[in-house]
Design a protein around this ligand. Sequence first.
Ligand code: NAG
Ligand code: NAG
Ligand code: NAG
Ligand code: NAG
Ligand code: NAG
Ligand code: NAG
Ligand code: NAG
Ligand code: NAG
Ligand code: ZN
Length: 315
Amino acid sequence: MNRLVVIVATLFVPTTYGAAGGLWCYHDPSCDDTTWSAIVTEHCNGSRQSPINIVSASAVGDETLTAFTFTKYGDNSTMNKIKNTGKTVKVTLKSGVQVTGGALSEAYDSLQFHLHWGNGTSVPGSEHTVDGTRYPMEMHIVNAKSSLNGNTTAAVADDTGLAVLGFFIKAMPSNVTGSPAAWNTLTSYLANITLKDEYINITHDAFSLDELLEGVDRTKYYRYLGSLTTPNCNEAVVWTVFKDPIKVSQDLIDLFSTTVHIEHNSTSDLMTNVFRNIQPDNDWVVTTQGHPASGASTMRSSLGLMALAWMLLRV
Ligand SMILES: *[C@@H]1O[C@H](CO)[C@@H](O)[C@H](O)[C@H]1NC(C)=O
Ligand SMILES: *[C@@H]1O[C@H](CO)[C@@H](O)[C@H](O)[C@H]1NC(C)=O
Ligand SMILES: *[C@@H]1O[C@H](CO)[C@@H](O)[C@H](O)[C@H]1NC(C)=O
Ligand SMILES: *[C@@H]1O[C@H](CO)[C@@H](O)[C@H](O)[C@H]1NC(C)=O
Ligand SMILES: *[C@@H]1O[C@H](CO)[C@@H](O)[C@H](O)[C@H]1NC(C)=O
Ligand SMILES: *[C@@H]1O[C@H](CO)[C@@H](O)[C@H](O)[C@H]1NC(C)=O
Ligand SMILES: *[C@@H]1O[C@H](CO)[C@@H](O)[C@H](O)[C@H]1NC(C)=O
Ligand SMILES: *[C@@H]1O[C@H](CO)[C@@H](O)[C@H](O)[C@H]1NC(C)=O
Ligand SMILES: [Zn+2]
């Protein structure tokens, strides 16, 4: 009898943890991304989950995908603090950083950016892939509708409450080191946050978002409606995935998988392979700059309109 109680209790433990929202992971088969749709049903089992593999030839031309206007992206005093969350390295931004345009419905406040990676340059760890290619790393700048005044509960409950800007990171040739300078500075802070929950204020050694995004043509991107890639996987994200990668030297890329640990304990595992696998393609339409010209893309375009109409009806 007692034994049965123990077994039943054990069976329910993962669900309880999932509901608590805390104990998902990347590394352990009992809580890695293959389990999220079961342990965090709201919303990891949904039908517009990210990341996805972007098939470039199937992206539908959309003339409304104009350039963005970035506010304070050139300002070198917007970085607030850098933190080891146990799942990623996250930099929070000071208020006043914004993005508009790019066919977003209103201005969005840039709140933080964080990174996803594999295991150094040898094991790639971007979340999105393009035509099946996975890049070494991916940077996500997370933005929320300005009209929601920083209410993240409201943002994740809104179909388009968040706008995430995704940037691929590609390795430079191996004879280049410590480059670009802004990434050298950013990664120099990793030694101060080797353990989970450690953070430091970014005070001196300033760098700007523009410097981190150097070399990327920010008028060329893919757009689709998806979700957060970590629990609770809320389907609240307008995704922008830029085509050009940021180029970073291999020694700096390697620092992420060799410096920070997943627990508040230096004997715990190093943080590696912190990305979610590709989610099922539910015919969700990916758009990009251009004219909906060819027969194939016109057909896809009407499919896109159908999907849009369905979405509007659903709201
Ligand atoms: C996901 O799980 C929730 C809660 O169990 C359920 O209401 C919903 O129908 C499920 N959705 C799908 C697509 O299975
Ligand atoms: C990451 O790569 C290092 C060096 O190649 C290797 O020792 C380590 O086992 C790898 N870690 C994982 C989780 O695969
Ligand atoms: C945040 O938004 C939620 C959902 O819309 C609402 O219930 C809550 O009252 C808001 N919180 C604040 C502080 O405005
Ligand atoms: C790296 O090697 C390439 C070609 O081998 C060369 O063109 C380039 O100047 C080198 N860069 C540095 C920083 O040594
Ligand atoms: C960060 O780490 C470096 C190198 O270990 C050290 O010199 C510096 O004092 C640390 N900074 C803070 C704010 O802890
Ligand atoms: C960061 O700055 C805040 C105040 O701005 C201060 O309270 C906190 O102690 C600082 N943290 C560290 C780790 O320096
Ligand atoms: C930060 O920007 C200010 C104003 O543009 C400039 O004077 C300063 O040199 C910059 N600091 C660094 C570390 O680049
Ligand atoms: C640190 O982690 C190791 C291995 O993960 C574990 O054996 C040890 O008990 C932990 N120490 C503390 C103080 O948590
Ligand atoms: Zn992310």
